[in-house]
Design a protein around this ligand. Structure first.
Ligand code: PLP
Length: 403
């Protein structure tokens, strides 16, 4: 077989469909977010970032940077090993305590990313509980899907955010088999929010465990940043709350928070936890500072909500269509991969605005979009500039306007 030609042909297929991904070389500048430098060939241009998952700008927060600098100077660069073999530091221990407290759980367990936490936990739980059936929301993230698939447990997919459909599936199962309902709070691409309490009601009625991915909500919602489950007062009803340290908290890493026995079980049996080097202490220290800050400061959350409302109003006034949802994620649907890329290229080149096009397989074909994420650090002028640019492109490219 000609391996190289195989790879090239596959890539050509992606290009033909408009789904080939090119990464923009965006140099973040601490203290300047959402401003960054776009590097292309030998050209450096200042751009405003409108698609970052550093939702609250915590990746440049002075307390986070100071904590990371101090830990780096004290401990050096890497963790030095897996958690079991020389990789656990006091920062990891304190961070797990902080996360358990954030979600009102007995314990928490760190992973190297949110992806790994979903993959490792779901695959371990579903593979270990004898005869386990996983009920998975149709909109779940790839990391959850892959974890469930890897477990080889039976999987039932219920319609997205549809509690009646979930109940229909649960009612059809043997009451004695272990069941696990896996879902998210804020869905990252449409920005809609799960009816967590209603899902817990049904899960409790049928004796199912619940696993909630709060990746796009931690730091952002709830009085202390504990996510939608905190905001809705239902954190205690969930068996497992999973989150990331990379988005609202601005650093990197993932975790679960749950009972002491469940965390100890995953710690003891999950290959994705056991056989990989621990997060560097400086990362753990930065995440710890970020969580502690957001537990007591609501200013970032309030300002982000304010920015989101203002952006939506400006888009409405300009006739640029966007999904109406109750979260901080503002999806502007284009519906065509080539057009989507053309719009984002023009935004970057002509207006100094960086929004990455979101194409298949991240979203279904035909729903290609701009996924705009306002942060507390976007000014009124930033919003006005973005909306004026979109309005101009909508007219130039004859795109459908909102009624
Ligand atoms: N869960 C959801 C719903 C996500 O959208 C993502 C990533 O975007 C992850 C998990 C993975 O988190 P991380 O980026 O920390 O690996």
């Amino acid at each position: 077989m000609n391996y190289e030609s195989f790879f090239r042909k596959q890539l050509d297929g992606l290009r033909r469909d408009g789904n080939y991904r090119s990464f923009a070389n965006i140099q973040r500048q601490a203290g300047e977010f959402p401003r960054a430098t776009h590097l292309r060939a030998r050209v450096r241009a200042s751009v405003t970032v409108w698609c970052s998952n550093d939702y609250l700008g915590m990746g440049q927060h002075p307390q986070v940077l100071a904590a990371m600098h101090a830990a780096l100077d004290r401990c050096g660069a890497g963790a030095g090993g897996t958690r079991n073999i020389s990789g656990t530091s006091n920062y990891h221990v304190l961070l797990e305590d902080e996360l358990a407290d954030l979600h009102g759980k007995e314990a928490a367990l760190l992973f190297t990313s949110g992806y790994v936490s979903n993959w490792a936990t779901l695959s371990t739980l579903a593979a270990s509980l004898p005869g386990c059936v996983v009920l998975s929301d149709a909109g779940n993230h790839a990391s959850m899907i892959e974890g469930i698939r890897h477990s080889r447990a039976e999987r039932r997919i219920f319609r997205h955010n549809d509690v009646a459909d979930l109940e229909r599936h649960l009612a059809a199962l043997d009451p004695d088999v272990p069941k696990l309902v896996a879902f998210e709070s804020v869905y990252s691409m449409d920005g809609d929010i799960a009816p967590i309490a209603a899902i817990c009601d049904v899960a409790e009625r049928y004796g199912a465990m619940t696993y909630l991915d709060e990746v796009h909500a931690v730091g952002l919602y709830g009085a202390r940043g504990g996510g939608i489950s905190e905001r809705d007062g239902v954190a205690h009803r969930l068996t497992v709350i999973e989150g990331t340290l990379a988005k609202g908290f601005g650093v990197i890493g993932g975790y679960i928070a749950a009972s002491a026995a469940l965390c100890d079980f995953v710690r003891s049996f999950a290959s994705g936890f056991i056989f990989t080097t621990a997060l560097p202490p400086a990362i753990a220290a930065g995440a710890l500072a970020s969580i502690r800050h957001l537990k007591t400061s609501g200013a970032e959350r309030a300002r982000q909500q304010d920015r989101t409302v203002r952006l939506r109003q400006a888009l409405d006034a300009a006739g640029v269509p966007h999904y109406d949802n109750p979260s901080h994620i503002v999806p502007v649907i284009v519906g065509d991969p080539v057009l989507c890329k053309q719009i984002t290229d023009l935004l970057l080149e002509r207006f100094g605005i960086y929004v990455q096009p979101i194409n298949y397989p991240t979203v279904p074909r035909g729903t290609e979009r701009l996924r705009i994420t306002p942060s507390p650090l976007h000014s009124d002028a930033d919003i006005d500039h973005l909306v004026a640019a979109l309005k101009a492109l909508w007219a130039e490219l004859h795109l459908a306007r909102a009624a």
